[in-house]
Write a protein that binds this ligand. Structure first.
Ligand code: PRP
Length: 183
């Protein structure tokens, strides 16, 4: 059966994503200059598609780097424990950093990331996230650029997965409950 059949509904269409990401990039273009030479840090794996579209709309000089983070025990048994699976290639000391996330849910992962970056002594740190689920927040965490606020539903697509699948969907969708209930 096609993976599209596992989608209950489209929450954010391709067109809506495209327009909102262009608007987020415009906000960033109004803040950063070539002299700032920020480093955009893509938090893998979920943010890869957002980063790829965002970076193409940015008009200031910037660099990219990647970091893979795994969060454990999310959901009702969330422990907030986070681990770095792949670290940055760059030294960000004295640099202007923009953390690029796909979603801020409980806020545990981003809190960990921000603490971790503070120890690397960057010149500045801002956060861009495509999605935010404020109703799930356990820790207040500062976010500078938010694409969309989403309700507490199982969102997939445009980089976001269920069991490592569905990341390739070109929209943000809601997964049919029977798909995650049967696994
Ligand atoms: C997701 C997402 C964030 C985190 C948000 O990552 O990319 O990093 O969860 O959740 P939180 O606010 O409750 O901490 P995930 O661990 O699913 O990894 P992935 O990006 O590789 O899919």
């Amino acid at each position: 059966m096609s993976l599209f059949n596992d989608v209950e509904k489209v929450l954010i269409s391709e067109t809506e994503l495209k327009e909102r990401i262009a608007a987020l990039a415009a906000e960033m273009n109004a803040i950063y200059t070539d002299d700032d030479l920020p480093v955009l840090i893509c938090i893998l794996k979920g943010a890869f598609m957002f980063l790829a579209d965002l970076t193409r709309h940015l008009t200031f000089r910037h660099e990219l780097d990647f970091m893979e983070i795994s969060s454990y025990g999310r959901g009702t048994t969330s422990t907030g424990a986070v681990r770095i699976l792949l670290d940055l290639a760059k030294d960000v000391q004295g640099r202007n950093v923009v953390i690029v996330e796909d979603i801020v849910d409980t806020g545990n992962t981003l809190t960990y990331i921000l603490r971790n970056f503070a120890a690397r002594n960057p010149a500045s740190v801002r956060v861009a996230t495509l999605l935010s689920k404020p109703s799930r927040r356990q820790i207040e965490v500062p976010v500078d650029f938010i694409g969309f606020e989403v309700p507490d539903e199982f969102v997939i697509g445009y980089g976001l997965d269920f069991a490592e699948q569905y990341r390739n969907l070109p929209f943000i969708g809601v997964l049919k409950p029977e798909v995650y209930q049967r696994s």
